[in-house]
Design a protein around this ligand. Structure first.
Ligand SMILES: [Zn+2]
Length: 753
C-alpha cells in the first residue's frame, strides 16, 4: 500500500488552514490504514532498509581509526548527526569529559633464562588497506591498567579464573610476587588482573591462544578469518562489575567541569599493571616455563608442552600512561511523539571503536542509521509515532561504557520518568538472531522475529532460532522450544551500553544481534577488524545488517505506536519461577558435592591416586555441608507474581477495544515503572551502583550474567546468612511488582463494570 499523494493546485500551499486540513486528512487516512491492516506501519517499514546503504555506512565509519578522543571519532559523530538531520530528526552532540589513559610506554621482556623482547605490535597486512594506518592507531593495550615497573618469575594461570587458582593451590603453587600469564577467554578480561592481584601477583599478561581464536579454529588472517600470530585483542580491564563509566565520577554524569575523585580513590582501576599480547609474543615465554605439565584442560593450541612454572622464566614489564581527560561525543537524535511525547523509546549503539572497528561497532551502528533513515521515510509517508523515539550513537563504549553510562547518570531523573524501553545493539554478524533482556518483553520479541525473513535461508529468523534451540538442546529445553509458544530470551549481564539503563536506572532493556556463522572473534579489538575483513569473511553483502535494521526498527515501531506498552508479565513470572528452581538446585548440588568430597577424603581416595614420583598435591580438607536455606519468601512472591500477571493478561484481553485515553495513560504510567520495582536503591551487596535484583554481571565472571545475583553469589561464596537476607530483598521486590500489576488489573476491571 502506498501513501496518497496530495497534489491539489486549487489550494495555496502556504495557507495554514489548508495545511491543517491536509494534515488531518493524512492522519485520518493513516489511522484507517492501520486499523485495516493491523501492523501496517511496521510492515511498510520493513520494505525500506537496503543492504547497500548499511555497507556504505560501514565503509565510511571504518575508513580510519576512530577511538574515543581521536579526530576521526569526532568526524564520525558529526557525520552521524548530519545524517539524522538529513532524514528529518532533531539532534545534538552531548559532551562529557572522561578519564581515558592512553599508552606512553610499553616494554615487556624476558630477562631469564634467556633474553627476549616482545614486539607488542600488530604489523600491516598487504592487501588490507586500513591495516597500515599506523599514525592513528592505538597500540595494543588494556585500558585502566595502572602504571608500573615490575620484574618477577612467570606463572601460567590458564584463564585466570578463581577456579584456576584453586588448581594452583592444590599443586602448592603461589603467584605471590609473580607475573602471571593468562589466556583470553572463559571470563571477561578484567577479571584476570583482578583475581591475580587478589592472589598477590605483581603483573599480568593476557594473550590470545590459537586454540581459542586462532589456527586451531580456522585459517588465519588474511587467508582465513582467525587471529594471526601477531594479532592482539585490546580491551578495557576496569572493574566493571563494581561500576562502569568514568572511574572518577561514579553515579553522576561527568559533565565538563564536574567534581571527580582522586585517581587513588577510583575503585575500578586495576591494582597491578596488565598488557595484552599476541601468541607470537607469548610462545617464547610459555616455552621457557618448567615444572609439571599443565592439566589437560589448561593446554592450548601452541606447539609446546604447556607448563605452569613458576619460572625459571623471569619477566620485566614497564607501563606508563597519559592519564588526561578525553572528550566524549554522544550523538542524541529525536523523532517527536505525537500522542505521548513524554514517553520515550530509546535505541542505541556505540560509534567509537578500538581501531577501525568495521564489525565492532560499525556493523551495528550502520543498522541503527538505516533504521533512522527508514523511519524518516515513513514520516514522509504520513507516519507519526505516538511516542518519542530517541536514537543515540554512544562514544567511549570500549573503555567501559563511558558515553552511555555518563548520559544515563546525568539524565537519570528524566529517564526514570519517561523511558519506556532501551534497545541496544553492538555490532552485527551472520547467522542466528540473538536477543536478551527484560523478560516481560519476550512475547513481543517472538512476534517480531516471526515477521523477519532470514536473508540466506528465506525462512523466518524465528524458525531458525527455534531450529537451533532444538539442535543445541539439552532435552528439556528441546521440548520446550518445540511446544512453548515463545522461545526464551536470555538475561543481560554486561559488556555493552544497556548496563546503565537496565541495571542502574531500572529501565527495561533489550540487546539484539545476529551471530553464530562468522568468525568475528578472530579480529575482535585488533587493527584487522576492518572493512576488508568484514566484506571477505563476515556479513559480506550486509544482508544481516539489513535484517538487523528490520528487526530493531519493527520493535521500535511496536513500542512507539502501541496503545498499552507491549509488556507481558506472565513471561517475567515464568522466568522468575525458573530462577527460583535453579537456586534451589544449586544449593542441593553444593550440598551433595561437599558430602561426596568429604566421603572421598574419609576413604583415602586422594592419598591412593597420588603419583608418588610427582610433587605432592595439597589434599582437600573436610568442609561443612551447606545448611538448608529458607526459600519460602521467594517461592511465595514468585507464585503471587504468577497469579497477578495472569489476571492482568486476562483483564487486558477482555477490555480490548474499550480502553479510554485516561485508562491507557494510567496503565502506561505503571508499565513504565514496572522494571523499577525489581531494583533496590541501595543496590547489590558491595556494589551499590548495580541496583537490579534479577540481573547483573557476575562479580567473578565479568560480562556473563548472574541472575538473582545477590542470592546466587552469596551461595557461591558460601555466605548463607547473606543468601537468606537477599532472598527477602528479592521477594520484597517481586511483591512490589505484584502490587503494581494488581493496581493495573483493578483499573481494567473497573472499566469493565
Ligand atoms: Zn562494541
Amino acid at each position: 500500500m502506498r501513501a496518497p499523494v496530495l497534489t491539489c493546485k486549487a489550494f495555496h500551499p502556504h495557507d495554514r488552514y489548508v495545511k491543517k486540513l491536509i494534515a488531518l486528512f493524512i492522519a485520518l487516512w493513516s489511522l484507517d490504514a492501520v486499523a485495516q491492516t493491523g501492523q501496517a506501519w511496521d510492515a511498510r517499514f520493513r520494505a525500506i532498509p537496503e543492504a547497500r546503504n548499511v555497507g556504505e555506512y560501514v565503509r565510511i565509519m571504518s575508513a580510519r581509526p576512530h577511538h574515543l578522543g581521536s579526530p576521526y571519532g569526532k568526524q564520525n559523530a558529526d557525520w552521524i548527526l548530519a545524517r539524522f538531520k538529513e532524514w528529518g530528526w532533531e539532534g545534538q552532540i552531548e559532551n562529557y569529559d572522561v578519564l581515558f589513559p592512553t599508552p606512553k610506554e610499553r616494554v615487556v621482556e624476558m630477562v631469564e633464562p634467556s633474553r627476549f623482547r616482545l614486539t607488542l605490535e600488530e604489523p600491516p597486512i598487504a592487501g588490507d588497506p586500513t591495516s597500515s594506518q599506523k599514525q592513528e592507531q592505538l597500540p595494543p593495550f588494556n585500558a585502566y591498567s595502572v602504571d608500573g615497573d615490575v620484574t618477577g618469575p612467570l606463572v601460567y594461570v590458564n584463564y585466570g579464573r578463581p577456579v584456576d587458582y584453586e588448581e594452583l593451590d592444590r599443586r602448592g603453587i603461589s603467584v605471590k610476587g609473580a607475573i602471571v600469564i593468562a589466556r583470553y577467554g572463559a571470563s571477561w578480561r578484567g577479571i584476570k588482573p583482578k583475581v591475580a592481584a587478589e592472589r598477590g601477583a605483581i603483573g599480568c599478561l593476557i594473550y590470545s591462544d590459537p586454540h581459542d581464536d586462532g589456527y586451531w579454529v580456522d585459517g588465519v588472517f588474511p587467508d582465513g578469518p582467525m587471529r594471526s600470530k601477531d594479532g592482539v585483542q585490546r580491551g578495557s580491564v576496569m572493574d566493571m562489575p563494581t561500576y562502569p563509566g568514568d572511574p572518577t565520577t561514579p553515579g553522576r554524569g561527568s559533565t565538563p567541569g564536574a567534581s571527580r575523585l582522586d585517581l587513588k580513590d577510583a575503585a575500578t582501576l586495576t591494582k597491578i599493571p596488565v598488557l595484552p599480547i599476541s601468541y607470537g609474543d607469548a610462545q617464547p615465554l610459555l616455552a621457557a616455563l618448567t615444572g609439571e605439565p599443565a592439566p589437560m584442560d589448561w593446554r592450548g593450541g601452541l606447539p609446546i608442552t604447556y607448563r605452569i612454572g613458576p619460572g625459571p622464566a623471569r619477566v620485566h614489564m614497564k607501563l606508563a600512561f597519559d592519564w588526561s581527560l578525553k572528550r566524549v561525543n554522544n550523538v542524541i537524535a529525536r523523532l517527536q511523539g505525537s500522542a505521548y511525547p513524554d514517553e520515550w523509546v530509546v535505541r542505541g549503539n556505540h560509534h567509537d571503536a578500538w581501531v577501525n572497528g568495521a564489525q565492532d561497532p560499525a556493523s551495528g551502528m550502520s543498522a541503527e542509521l538505516e533504521e533512522a533513515r527508514a523511519l524518516g521515510e515513513l514520516v514522509k509517508q504520513g507516519w507519526r509515532p505516538k511516542r518519542t523515539n530517541v536514537y543515540a550513537a554512544w562514544d567511549g563504549e570500549e573503555q567501559g561504557l563511558l558515553g552511555s553510562t555518563e548520559w544515563v547518570e546525568h539524565h537519570e531523573a528524566e529517564l526514570r520518568d519517561k523511558a519506556a524501553v532501551y534497545i541496544n545493539t553492538d555490532g552485527n554478524g551472520r547467522g542466528f538472531l540473538g536477543v536478551a533482556g527484560s523478560h516481560a518483553l519476550e512475547p513481543l520479541v517472538n512476534a517480531v522475529a516471526k515477521e523477519i525473513e532470514d536473508p540466506e535461508t528465506k525462512t523466518s529468523v524465528w524458525k531458525r532460532m527455534q531450529a537451533r534451540a532444538i539442535f543445541i538442546g539439552p532435552q528439556p529445553a528441546r521440548n520446550e522450544a518445540r511446544s512453548r509458544p515463545d522461545l526464551r530470551i536470555g538475561a543481560l549481564g554486561s559488556g555493552s551500553d544497556y548496563s546503565a539503563f537496565l541495571q542502574h536506572a531500572g529501565i527495561p532493556s533489550l540487546n539484539v544481534s545476529f551471530s553464530g556463522l562468522d568468525n568475528s572473534e578472530g579480529i575482535y579489538h585488533s587493527i584487522y577488524d576492518d572493512y576488508y575483513h568484514f566484506t571477505k569473511f563476515q556479513d559480506t553483502d550486509f544482508a544481516y545488517g539489513r535484517a538487523l535494521a528490520q528487526t530493531v526498527g519493527s520493535l521500535v515501531i511496536r513500542f512507539a505506536d502501541a496503545d498499552v506498552l507491549p509488556f507481558q508479565f506472565t513471561s517475567l513470572a515464568d522466568t522468575v519461577q525458573t530462577y527460583v528452581g535453579e537456586l534451589q538446585a544449586q544449593l542441593r548440588q553444593q550440598q551433595s558435592e561437599t558430602k561426596e568430597l568429604n566421603q572421598q577424603i574419609e576413604e583415602g581416595v586422594f592419598a591412593s591416586i597420588a603419583d608418588p614420583r610427582r610433587a605432592p598435591r595439597h589434599k582437600p580438607v573436610v568442609d561443612t555441608v551447606a545448611p538448608s536455606i529458607n526459600f519460602a519468601p521467594l517461592e511465595n512472591a514468585a507464585s503471587a507474581l504468577t497469579q497477578a500477571s495472569e489476571r492482568y493478561k486476562k483483564a487486558l484481553d477482555t477490555s480490548k477495544g474499550k480502553l479510554t485515553p485516561e485508562v491507557i495513560r494510567s496503565l502506561n504510567k505503571s508499565v513504565i515503572q514496572s522494571e523499577r520495582q525489581l531494583t533496590h536503591e541501595s543496590g547489590l551487596p558491595r556494589r551499590s551502583w548495580y541496583r537490579h535484583l534479577l540481573y547483573a554481571p557476575g562479580f567473578y565472571t565479568g560480562y556473563a550474567v548472574k541472575t538473582v545475583p545477590g542470592v546466587r553469589e552469596a551461595m557461591e561464596q558460601k555466605d548463607f546468612a547473606e543468601a537468606e537476607r537477599e532472598i527477602v530483598r528479592v521477594a520484597d521486590a517481586l511483591n512490589r511488582e505484584t502490587e503494581l500489576i494488581n493496581g493495573m488489573t483493578k483499573t481494567l476491571e473497573q472499566l469493565a463494570k
